[in-house]
Design a protein around this ligand. Structure first.
Ligand SMILES: Cc1cc2nc3c(=O)[nH]c(=O)nc-3n(C[C@H](O)[C@H](O)[C@H](O)COP(=O)(O)OP(=O)(O)OC[C@H]3O[C@@H](n4cnc5c(N)ncnc54)[C@H](O)[C@@H]3O)c2cc1C
Length: 403
């Protein structure tokens, strides 16, 4: 019934989460194939920071030092209310060898992941779309379409794809790391519920006329969240949350106005603007992370705002977790631990999205911090116990009870 090509795990999606998951599976002697519908890796910065927890996971596969050499190490976060600094967080409090945030473009991160996967004698099948899944008691047949991408436009690039071949891959497990429009999630008919308003961000990267301090700056000004990423000594990314009704007014010409209005203490000015874009970030959570032999990780299962870079970093943890549990199921027949994946991951995201649990101010907490505590949580670049260490430095703590 199923295809001639066999593998133990098929990963749909060769973004950062899919690539890292495949590496973690290879480390555990699991056969894995990665299929991605795009012809190549992402070419832009996108999510541009790795949490301390991600660096610890990447160290397990020998990548943390190399990545650190290519990125910029950031040791602290400063919170501003627009006009002035209100609080600071030091990553040093987390402890261990990777107690810092690493700022580097997603494209650089993905390139290193792909090279590392190739060193495990595995490559990504680019231009292959996962189209359909058929399951029986033991196996999953995955229908994969090989695509030919045809460029239709010049000088404006427009691409269209045609199917040149279809094949059925025979696998025991499928991981849907196929991003926010996940085909795997849709085939399983899993709800992807909204949890709160989407945020629209005007994002720009520029070369600055002054040195940019290695500090992550988060500005909560009025209803808007804004963040300044120090990419290198002179390169910086600002993401300004804007009113979606003003999207047509947000362009490079407005950049200095945004800085003056929202961060008047920020004196560097753009010498050269590399790019600008508008991105809409939703807050969503899948009703389940999968079941049986088909599972989700990364943006396929959750979305949140960009400031804390939580979706992709926690996605790496999910990939690591799935790799351990699937290896355990394949090598020791332990299916039970795999079934717990869904509940544990959902609980974590329900807390991060403010669906369950609460955040309390501790004795002596700054009233501004306490007032903004629900907005601060998704802005923190951390998860698990690291996140609690960060909250404690602000005089906050998570509790299990609902708000
Ligand atoms: C302009 C921009 C700026 C961003 N800035 C930030 C930021 O500042 N902070 C932040 O946290 N996040 C940011 N993000 C989001 C961030 O890039 C994502 O959270 C991250 O890429 C998620 O990783 P992932 O591996 O889960 O999914 P993705 O990176 O989306 O990878 C999914 C992969 O699956 C492939 N795929 C999809 N469907 C199929 C299929 N049917 N078959 C095979 N392959 C398939 C896709 O081609 C893709 O390569 C930004 C995104 C954009 C576009």
């Amino acid at each position: 019934m199923f295809g001639k090509h066999k593998t133990e795990v098929l990963v749909a999606g060769g973004g950062p989460v899919g690539l890292y998951t495949a590496i973690a599976l290879r480390e555990r002697n699991v056969d894995v194939d990665v299929y991605d519908q795009d012809p190549r890796l992402a070419a832009r910065s996108y999510a541009l920071a790795l949490h301390p927890q991600s660096l610890r996971l990447l160290d397990e596969v020998g990548l943390a030092q190399r990545l650190t050499a290519l990125g910029r190490r950031v040791d602290r976060i400063a919170f501003y209310d627009g006009l002035r600094k209100r609080a600071e967080i030091s990553f040093g409090e987390i402890g261990g060898p990777f107690s810092y945030l690493l700022v580097l473009p997603q494209s650089t991160f993905e390139t290193l992941l792909q090279e590392r996967l190739e060193r495990s004698r595995q490559r990504v099948h680019w231009s292959h779309r996962v189209q359909q899944l058929e399951t029986d008691e033991q196996r999953i047949g995955v229908m994969v379409h090989k695509l030919d991408h045809v460029s239709l436009g010049y000088p404006v690039s427009i691409a269209e794809s045609t199917i040149t071949k279809s094949s059925l891959v025979d696998t025991q497990y499928v991981i849907g790391a196929d991003g926010y429009e996940s085909r795997v999630r849709n085939i399983l008919d899993i709800d992807y519920q909204n949890h709160g308003d989407a945020g629209t961000f005007f994002v720009t990267e520029f070369e600055s006329d002054r040195v940019i301090e290695p500090e992550l700056r988060i500005v909560l000004e009025g209803p808007w969240a804004n963040v300044c990423w120090p990419i290198s000594e002179h390169r910086v990314r600002w993401s300004f949350q804007i009113d979606p009704r003003e999207m047509d007014k947000a362009d490079a010409g407005q950049l200095v106005r945004y800085i003056e209005d929202r961060a008047p203490w920020f004196h560097p000015r753009p010498r050269e603007i590399h790019w600008t874009t508008l991105v809409r970030f939703e807050r969503r959570l899948a009703s389940t992370f999968g079941k049986g032999r088909i599972w989700l990780a990364g943006d396929a299962a959750h979305l949140t705002g960009p400031v804390g870079v939580q979706s992709v970093n926690i996605g790496l943890r999910e990939g690591h977790d799935l790799a351990s549990r699937i290896a355990n199921a394949l090598h020791n027949g332990d299916e039970e631990s795999l079934n717990a994946y869904d509940e544990e991951r959902r609980l974590e995201w329900q807390s991060l999205l403010g669906i369950t649990g609460d955040i309390q101010g501790r004795n002596g907490v700054d009233p501004w911090i306490e007032q903004h505590r629900y907005r601060i949580l998704p802005c923190l670049p951390g998860s698990g116990s690291d996140l609690d260490v960060m909250l404690r430095q602000l005089g906050l703590e998570r509790t299990a009870e609902s708000a």
